[in-house]
Design a protein around this ligand. Structure first.
Ligand SMILES: [Zn+2]
Length: 293
């Protein structure tokens, strides 16, 4: 698996056709930004990462966190006006501190402000930095207002169920903003994805998802919707174990309220860190970290 595969994967990410039965993401590139100041409790994001006690890094040395959406891409929007792009950024910042503290690893964010990034820019960043782990953070949405709970995803060509297919379609919608119209032959895409699903990094992604999912469900006392697989473009180009978290439903009033709270962001951060420590243990018992070469 070399650069050619990565280039093809990036190409696939841009070229895949998109469809969704969910309410579309608010993707207006103009228009006013709904303020979240009254929804979020104030958070101190000006944390000096250098001031966090130093721990010698273990097997996992570099983690890239990807706060989903940003800028003109709002992601899902709750009934009270909470934007997914704001939740994902706040969770990522909490998690950055928590992981750094517990693992001693370097933790980078694909964005640390409200900026727009294409899906391929996110994984390209992780690959360029030679990250050991890539985690894309999202909040879920459904037209069924009662839908709630936590889902953890890793990449596959086939979605594990119909709901997973819809979630991937929703999260993939942003490619429409990227203005790409070219496409690759389906057989080529299938071959690449089939190749990828046989790789060690893919196997590690499934173990990473399992390690993080359970602590997350427990910490949030959320409905366990399971570890699932789906064709998320944002995971396609990653050459390291990569997962996507759906930390709750912004379309559910109760979960929207919870996702607005700093306390919830901290709970998510602690749980994911706990899961990451478990995964590191798994790696230590096995043959270490596997990346595509
Ligand atoms: Zn999302």
């Amino acid at each position: 698996m070399g650069l050619a595969i990565f280039a093809l994967l990036a190409y696939v990410a841009e070229a895949f056709p998109v469809g969704s039965n969910l309410a579309p993401a608010n993707s207006s590139s103009s228009g006013e930004t709904p303020s979240t100041d009254t929804i979020f409790e104030s958070t101190n994001t000006e944390v000096d990462l250098k001031a966090i006690p130093f721990k010698e890094p273990g097997t996992i040395k570099l983690i890239v966190l990807d706060p989903g959406h940003g800028g003109k891409d709002y992601g899902a929007i709750g009934a009270s006006g909470l934007n997914e792009k704001d939740v994902t950024l706040k969770v990522a910042k909490e998690l950055q501190i928590s992981l750094r503290r517990a693992l001693g690893a370097k933790v980078l964010l694909t964005r640390d402000t409200d900026t727009y990034l294409t899906l391929s820019e996110r994984t390209t960043f992780a690959n360029k930095e030679k990250a050991d782990i890539f985690i894309s953070i999202h909040a879920n949405a459904s037209t069924r207002r009662a839908a709630k709970g936590i889902e953890t995803y890793f990449l596959s060509y086939e979605a594990s169920d119909n709901e997973a297919r819809k979630v991937a379609a929703f999260e993939n919608e942003v490619v429409k903003l990227e203005g790409k119209t070219h496409g690759a032959p389906t057989s080529e895409i299938e071959a690449i994805l089939w190749d990828l699903t046989k790789s060690n990094a893919h196997h590690e992604s499934s173990r990473l998802a399992e390690s993080i999912h359970n602590p997350l469900v427990k910490a949030l006392r959320g409905e366990n919707r399971g570890v699932k697989q789906a064709p998320f473009y944002v995971l396609m180009g990653a050459t390291m174990p990569a997962i996507l978290l759906e930390v709750g439903f912004i379309s559910n009033r109760k979960e929207e309220r919870a996702l607005a709270r700093k306390k919830t962001h901290a709970k998510i951060a602690d749980a994911v860190t706990d899961g990451m420590l478990r995964f590191e243990e798994v790696l230590n018992k096995a043959s270490g970290l596997v990346k595509l070469k």
